[in-house]
Design a protein around this ligand. Structure first.
Ligand code: ATP
Ligand code: MG
Length: 582
């Protein structure tokens, strides 16, 4: 199969509107042809009415001219509406598809994708495509046709003068060819730098509290200025390129009136042409000049579109590494319902590295269904990574992770993730109500369900303090709530989802001891019949754990119940002694 290019990818969207577009292009052909009429009629007025004395023709000729003007306006209006309509629909679908596509991309893609770039792609790059479909496309056709029609029309009147007009064509072509080579990379640089600028703004807004806390406003402003200046520089370089080429094209066009007067005048004197024909030439001179002037502009626009289409196509081509096997995909037709799994988890010689440095090293363990497992280890030891692997956010480099004896890679991803649920270390809340944030886990949940989950996660204890209770909008990233409150809402979300295997990654790190104790009781009641993993730095969190894994440097260095672990020397004992003040 022929490999898809950026252009054919765009075409696959435009194709759907090909009939509408064809109708629009047809109208633009008519308009281009109509452009020839009035200069011809003007010539006739000079030759037949003024010089030939056929005065009765005047009204007829003027009526034709008026008719052409009105017709042109109507046709022009019609095809512009058509193209605008088509282009907006094309972009709607493209944006929809790309948005759905980035939902499928996995963690490792997001690890390397600056958010500003994605934003730029979905807004300004897409707009370049829209502009191409809505305007550039028909401008190319219309201008080419105006140029060709004017050559034909004028050549039929006088081929010598037409030929003289054409002498400027080769140098213009050469200039535009050179321009084209240089302008595309210049556009690419502008788009890339624009994305960098967007990322900088996004990060600054997101991190504005940190900026203020460290009094780094000036530093941030300077950093922004640097990128901003970078953007100006690439834009200026881009504009320079244009202004360098355009005056040459313009100057070449200025030669035409001179040719008209000198050579045209000579032909009239020699009786090879009438005055009326000279007037027609004069009237159609714009039809020679406008396409040439537009030529550079359209090539510029096309290259700009090309650069954006390439960037968008790049996003479209990005493939998630984590995806369903064909069987898993086929086994889950339509939406995947939660399947009843037992909840047995096994790591079999698992090795994993995000990049080069190994993070999980030959890890093996078996957790029987219904067990509550604690995971303790120094920061950076790989605890969250274990969770990431269980949910299949990343795939192990070697070894196997098995749920109920089946490799996680053989599960349908949705099915797997409905059964292995997690509250992430950094609680994320959407700009939505508290209820909406909890119900995110299960959109068809009743308010009672949401309330029950909220009660279990101890959200109920502070909900009364919020102005609108469950209807309080928690801002972007849950601003307006304390760290512990956010964590509890995130926990309620997991409780509502009620997956068979629950992973709580440092979920109570920001709550006080008393609340943590209460949450522990909730987890205990909730984890009945579930397999639960509790990742924590607090030994007290492991109170109800059947077994605790002690992780260091990507390996399990110890394992046992709380009593067993404190009875022997080691990391666990040290942490416990320190926290309990022994
Ligand atoms: N997305 C990532 N890309 C590259 N490296 C990563 C990524 N996430 C984590 N790491 C690295 O992997 C190692 C283990 O990280 P992990 O988040 O699993 O630690 P952790 O035990 O959960 O620590 P903490 O107790 O601080 O939460 C760290 O050295 C970390 O720098
Ligand atoms: Mg972690």
């Amino acid at each position: 199969m022929k490999e898809k290019t950026a252009f054919s990818w765009v075409w696959s969207y435009v194709r759907k509107y090909r009939f509408g577009m064809a109708a629009g292009l047809f109208l633009s052909v008519i308009v281009a042809a109509m452009n020839m009429v009035n200069p011809l009629v003007t010539g006739s007025i000079v030759d037949k009415v003024i010089k030939g004395g056929q005065h009765e023709l005047l009204f007829k000729l003027i009526a034709i001219m008026l008719g052409v003007v009105v017709g042109k306006s109507i046709f022009r209006y019609s095809y512009q509406v058509i193209f605008e309509h088509c282009s907006q629909n094309v972009i709607l679908k493209m944006r929809e598809d790309l948005y759905a596509h980035i939902q499928k991309l996995d963690f490792s893609w997001y690890d390397n994708a600056p958010s500003g770039n994605v934003m730029t792609l979905l807004t300004s790059d897409l707009d370049k495509v829209r502009h191409f479909v809505a305007w550039v496309l028909y401008q190319i056709l219309e201008n080419s046709l105006i140029y060709i029609f004017s050559i034909i029309t004028l050549a039929s009147i006088n081929w010598k003068l037409t030929l003289a007009f054409l002498v400027i064509a080769p140098p213009v072509l050469l200039l535009v060819k050179k321009f084209k080579v240089h302008i595309r990379p210049a556009h690419m640089r502008v788009r890339d730098q624009f994305a960098v600028l967007n990322t900088r703004v996004g990060e600054n807004i997101e991190g504005n509290r940190v900026v203020k806390a460290f009094v780094r406003e000036n530093y941030e402003t300077e950093r922004f200025e640097k990128e901003n200046e970078g953007y100006r520089d690439v834009s200026v370089a881009n504009a320079d390129m244009r202004v360098k080429f355009m005056p040459w094209i313009d100057a070449l066009c200025q030669v035409l009136p001179v040719i008209l007067i000198l050579f045209g005048g000579y032909l009239v004197i020699n009786n090879e042409m009438t005055i009326g024909q000279l007037v027609t030439f004069n009237g159609l001179m714009w039809a020679f000049i406008q396409p040439i002037n537009m030529f550079g502009n359209l090539v510029d626009n096309t290259q700009n579109f090309g650069a954006s289409a390439d960037r968008l196509f790049e996003l479209y081509k990005a493939e998630p590494k984590i995806k369903n096997t064909t069987e898993a995909e086929n086994s889950a037709e339509g939406t995947v319902e939660k399947t009843s799994i037992e909840g047995r988890v096994e790591f079999r010689n698992v090795c994993f590295a995000y990049n080069e440095t190994p993070v999980i090293k030959d890890m093996s363990f078996v957790i029987e269904p219904g067990t509550t497992v604690g995971i303790l280890g120094p920061t950076g030891s790989g605890k969250s990574t274990i969770a990431n692997l269980m949910c299949r956010y990343y795939d192990a480099d070697s070894g196997q992770i098995l749920i109920d004896g089946k490799d996680v890679r053989e599960y349908n991803l949705q099915e797997l993730r409905r059964n292995v649920g997690i509250t992430m270390q950094e609680a994320f809340l959407f700009s939505d109500t508290v209820e909406g944030n909890i119900a995110f886990a299960k959109t068809d949940a009743s308010f009672e369900d949401v309330e029950n989950a909220a009660e279990l996660a101890r959200v109920k204890e502070f909900i009364g303090d919020l102005t609108d209770g469950y209807d309080t909008i928690v801002g972007e990233r849950g601003v307006g709530l304390s760290g512990g409150q956010k964590q509890r809402i995130a926990l309620a979300r997991l409780f509502l989802a009620d997956p068979k295997i629950m992973i709580l990654d440092d979920t109570t790190s920001a709550v006080d001891n008393d609340t943590e104790y209460k949450i522990r009781q909730s987890i205990k009641s909730r984890s009945e019949g579930h397999t639960a993993f509790i990742i924590s730095h607090r030994v007290s969190s492991f109170e109800n754990c059947d077994v605790i894994l002690v992780i260091q440097d990507g390996q399990i260095i110890d394992k046992g119940s709380h009593q067993e672990l404190i009875s022997r020397d080691g990391y666990y004992h040290d942490v416990w002694a320190e926290q309990a003040g022994k």
